[in-house]
Design a protein around this ligand. Sequence first.
Ligand code: PLP
Length: 359
Amino acid sequence: MLKKTIAQLDPYVPETPLADLEAQTGVTKITRLSANENPFGTSPAVQAAIQGFDFSSTRLYPDGDANALRQAVAEQLGVDPQQLLFGCGLDEVIELTARTFLEPGDEVVEPWPTFSEYKLHCQIEGAQVIDVPLAADGSFDAAGLATAVTPRTKLMWLCNPNNPTGTYTPLAEMRQLLRQIPESVLVLIDEAYMEFVTQENGSAVQLLREFSNIVVMRTFSKIYGLAAMRVGYAVIPKNLISAMQAVRLPYNLNSISQVAALAALNDTAFVAQMRQRVATARTQFAGFLDAQQMTYCRSQANFIFFSAPRAADLHQYLLMHGYLLRKGLRPGWLRLTLGSEADNAAIQNLIKAFYQSAR
Ligand SMILES: *Cc1c(COP(=O)(O)O)cnc(C)c1O
């Protein structure tokens, strides 16, 4: 009865609600640092906008084109509003991409490890996903990605900065990589964490005029602290946008989410402050890992991916002390979302204590 591609899927497991996890573990208060959420919250402008939402309009369908949000995002990015496609989270845009372009037997190329949802949705459509391992330092193997392309390749995913490594590929290197990919391959550049980059202002939005085969994706879930509202979007080449719009559900972005995302977008001071706080925490945490002589990937995102001896035990130890990290992305490695200054300090003390007691 099931379609063949569904039978062996490795589904994306959503985060356990914190109250359930606290009940299961008996730990009074758990701080989730496993989903790259913003530990500092959301712009107060968002709360004001939601409180100002006209309740009497609840009976009406939302604006199916999210026009106010569309205009504001287009202006901020310097793109044509008609090139934007919004989704119920970037997750939905990822699903839509697979749904629009892939047929059974098609091939998709991605670096590995990367965000697992790419593979999930490509496999549901019956495509074969070719994983090209990242270089040892976490950077893209550009030559490997280019050689993995065959006449059957339809899509290539490039997450920049990459999840889970946090590794950032500068714009010049991205341009070099894209030059090696045939125009017949649509390259999907997931910039969920681009706003956290302090190294240079290197969004692939700047490459949209140079390359006709790239899509740039963004989300409100990470730096804007709006994960609950489910808003993501993509900038799409003009010749492809109507096809993707046709596949999209007509009212996929609810009215309150549209209002919230617009308020978040306009609070540029909040975003700048978050970028600064996260960058400070990132440098501090990397310094701690250096001092402990632990191996990690250089991150430009709001998380750090590190190699931890006895990773499963450390994960459990941190959980029992109130901190949930992400495991299972690469054997022996954990991913930590940078938290508040106090939480980061507490975690560092716990890591030290764990390895001291193990000796
Ligand atoms: C979190 C994340 C997303 C999904 O974001 P939503 O907008 O919350 O669906 C997409 N891509 C990457 C790389 C992410 O880390």
